[in-house]
Design a protein around this ligand. Structure first.
Ligand code: SAM
Ligand code: SF4
Length: 330
């Protein structure tokens, strides 16, 4: 799968992260601390016809998994239509979404009805006050209620992601509260190391914490790494005989992180980004206007892939053209 999309380092790309909006209602300190502002001359986000032409081409290239992200994808008025459209494409075997879950209690049922195969929910802490400080919104209860509704309806593939933040959520108490939560709710939880972006250098310097802290906690508390073959993307996964849940760590600054890269990104304005922190984007939008442009679109994507670099060089402070992850979908 995804064999047509192969780069010069032998990596294949069966997985696309498709952002459908840059807009977000949250103000996460590391991402959009002042909220989303619409720039002047905004061309608008890909409309549903453009998305359909794009997904048809991706499917022809062997893409089998699409993650819909943003900004906050659920703020888009036609969010459910976009999800159903992607799900209707035969080649796309897995449709997943990443959301801040702010209305999950209201959206859970309709989300399941789209046929979505997996839902990633971002929750940086289970402490309501801290959650409010990090995101600018007191929405934790709705998000947790949403998870409960999804589970009561029998939906299983839920992952919770948190950004690891120094002196905020990197303590044993925080780790213990997640251990209880994932055990009770049979959930897969991952900490992501904070990444430096164009806009967040000050925040990054203050709050970046190495994922080592959490790995040490896992080792001391009976969790074992289960990754024999690193073929499912860049997360390290851990299990514990005493728990119904699983833990994971995503450490973008670790050596070899990019070796298992299996994803490309497309922004909400239709730019192909070969790397989260690349220096260029390729405008696909002009080839998304008409279904008849598919051959040109396929050729453009295949040609661009030859330029994918071996690493993000993030450890050298290179953040490319990514001001914040809301502009590319994380
Ligand atoms: N709004 C949705 C959400 O928060 O889940 C989807 C988009 S958000 C950009 C995708 C993921 O990127 C979230 O899990 C978020 O926590 C993470 N993220 C944002 N900025 C980050 C940063 N600088 N470093 C690491 N993760 C980041
Ligand atoms: Fe919004 Fe997600 Fe960025 Fe937070 S991380 S500001 S929820 S896009």
């Amino acid at each position: 799968m995804g064999e047509k999309l192969k780069d010069t380092f032998g990596r294949t790309f069966p997985y696309i992260r498709l952002s459908i909006t840059d807009v977000c209602n949250f103000k996460c300190g590391y991402c959009l601390p002042n909220g989303y502002f619409k720039p002047n001359n905004h061309p608008g986000f890909l409309n549903i016809n453009e998305i359909e032409n794009l997904v048809n081409a991706l499917s022809d290239l062997g893409v089998s998994k699409i993650r819909v992200t943003g900004g906050e994808p659920t703020v888009r008025k036609d969010f459910f239509d976009v999800m159903k459209l992607i799900k209707s494409k035969d080649g796309i075997k897995k449709l997943v979404v990443t959301t801040n879950g702010y209305k999950l209690d209201q959206l859970a049922g309709a989300l399941i009805d789209t046929g979505v195969d997996g839902i990633n929910i971002s929750i940086d802490t289970l402490d309501r006050e801290k959650f409010k400080e990090i995101t600018g919104h007191d929405r934790l209860p709705e998000i947790l209620k949403g998870i409960k509704i999804l589970q009561d309806k029998g939906f299983k593939n839920i992952k919770v992601n948190a950004v690891l933040l120094k002196d905020i959520n990197d303590t044993k108490d925080e780790f213990d509260s997640w251990a209880d939560f994932i055990n009770q709710n049979k959930i897969n939880f991952r900490y992501i190391e904070l990444m430096q972006t164009g806009d967040n250098l000050k925040y990054f310097k203050k709050y970046h914490q190495s994922a080592k802290v959490f790995k040490e906690y896992l080792e001391l508390n009976g969790w074992s790494n289960i990754d024999r073959v690193r073929d499912d993307g860049p997360a390290l996964n851990y299990i514990n005989q005493k728990s119904n849940g699983t833990f994971g760590v995503i450490a973008p600054y670790s050596k070899d992180f990019c070796k298992t890269c299996n994803r490309l990104r497309i922004t909400a304005k239709g730019e192909l980004r070969l790397c989260l922190f690349g220096n260029t984007g390729t405008d696909l939008r002009k080839y998304l206007q008409n279904a008849s442009q598919k051959e040109e679109l396929l050729n453009l994507i295949l040609t661009q892939l030859r330029f994918k670099k071996e690493s993000h060089y993030l450890e050298l402070g290179n953040t490319g053209i990514t001001p914040h992850l809301a502009s590319i979908g994380g």
